[in-house]
Design a protein around this ligand. Structure first.
Ligand code: AMP
Ligand code: MG
Length: 369
């Protein structure tokens, strides 16, 4: 058989090298039937064998890629369309400074001393935000939106000018807005501290990644990876193999480490290279220490593996703030035991559980614990 063509009846038929198509009558009919059956079996086999599908979305200011190992391309497409819609609405509703989404309206209400009823989508995130704030001893603090804005990180492009006035920073630190000042009764949110402004940037993406995996499961896609600019959650594997992932090097190109992600895990990294402003050769990163009001300077990146994406995300931010002296205590309190920290001098700190499963690239060099 050398090619496939259409006969005058419109059916696909095979053309044999010896010109077999000229055969007539019963014999031709049998051959056609055989060819059709063969084509059907081939088609069914093709439809059943899984392969890799990938699509990219642009949301949360980054490229999100959804990959799946599946034989159901249509279900994959439907899942990615749903993920796209959910992510776009999360981006609109949970944006801390742009538009008139739910979070912007909540912050306006809280600043005016009013309460607001929030949706079923936002409520669980706020409840979790309070719990994670407590567990992190306040180092993860989504109530410091005003400090984040003061540092210029509520601009699409942070300015490169002088850092904010130290007096203004001290005023916001003294006001001490925290998630324990946010009260939740049913769906109604109020704040006892007028300096509160909520910013979900440190854990909303992790939560969104879990939601994406759930959508894929609902549509029967069990082997997938959703990767938002290096932060990811996985389900299953591909072709009998686990998803092998790399963690970006915080101080240069390439990866600092790689690992096999297990079914249901999320791997989230906070890094001072992600978003920062620079003045007089000093880099001011977007992760703010709520105790001082200043950006974290000692930690270059923190990577956390956990099954709950929001927890992994919040912990990565909190551990960046905690730094070398405190990170083990805070990790223990937050219930994460697979952690990698890289400090400003390139030293790598690993929990024993992380050490057992991560491969540091030769330049990564593990030091410390
Ligand atoms: P991530 O990349 O997950 O560490 O999140 C960083 C983002 O979270 C920043 O751009 C701020 O919007 C916000 N953020 C900065 N510092 C903190 C903090 N200490 N606690 C909670 N959110 C923070
Ligand atoms: Mg985070």
């Amino acid at each position: 058989m050398v090619a496939v063509d259409d006969d005058d009846s419109g059916h696909s038929i095979a053309i044999w090298p010896d010109g077999g198509y000229w055969m007539r009558g019963v014999r031709k009919g049998r051959i056609r039937l055989g060819v059709c059956l063969f084509a059907c079996v081939l088609l069914a086999a093709c439809e059943r064998s899984p392969r890799m599908y990938e699509r990219s979305l642009y949301v949360f200011g980054t490229l999100v890629s959804v990959s799946a190992w599946t034989s159901d391309e249509a279900a994959f497409d439907r899942a990615v369309d749903q993920i796209d819609r959910r992510f776009q609405s999360m981006h609109r509703d949970w944006h801390a400074w742009r538009g008139n989404g739910e979070l912007v309206r909540l912050n306006q209400a809280l600043a005016a001393g009013e309460s607001m009823r929030v949706s079923d989508f936002l409520l669980p995130l706020l409840i979790q935000g309070k719990a994670l704030y407590d567990a992190s001893d306040g180092l993860f603090n989504p109530a410091i939106g005003r400090l984040i804005a003061l540092w210029g990180f509520h601009d699409d492009e942070p300015s490169g000018g002088l850092p904010p006035d130290p007096g203004a920073i001290a005023k916001l630190v003294d006001a001490a807005p925290g998630m324990d000042d946010v009260s939740i009764e049913g769906h109604r949110i109020r704040a006892t501290n007028p300096w509160i402004a909520l910013d979900l940037g440190a854990y909303a993406k992790g939560h969104a990644l879990n939601v994406a995996i759930r959508i894929l499961h609902e549509l029967g896609i069990d082997n997938a990876i959703v990767n938002a600019g290096g932060d990811l959650c996985v389900s299953g594997g591909h072709g009998g193999r686990p998803w092998h992932i790399g963690v970006r090097h915080p101080q240069g190109e390439g990866v600092i480490a790689s690992l096999d992600a297990r079914d249901g895990e999320c791997v989230l990294t906070s890094g001072n290279y992600e978003r920062y402003r620079e003045y007089a050769g000093v880099r001011y990163a977007h992760i703010i220490d709520p105790r001082s009001g200043y950006p974290v300077a000692h930690i270059a990146s923190a990577t956390v593996i956990a099954r709950n994406g929001a927890l992994a995300d919040a912990a990565a931010t909190a551990l960046s703030v905690a730094g070398a002296p405190l990170w083990q205590r805070i990790a223990g309190r937050m219930g994460v035991d697979e952690v990698m920290l890289v400090d400003g001098d390139g030293r790598v700190y690993l929990t024993p559980a992380m050490k057992r499963r991560i491969d540091l690239t030769p330049t990564g060099g593990a030091r410390g614990k």
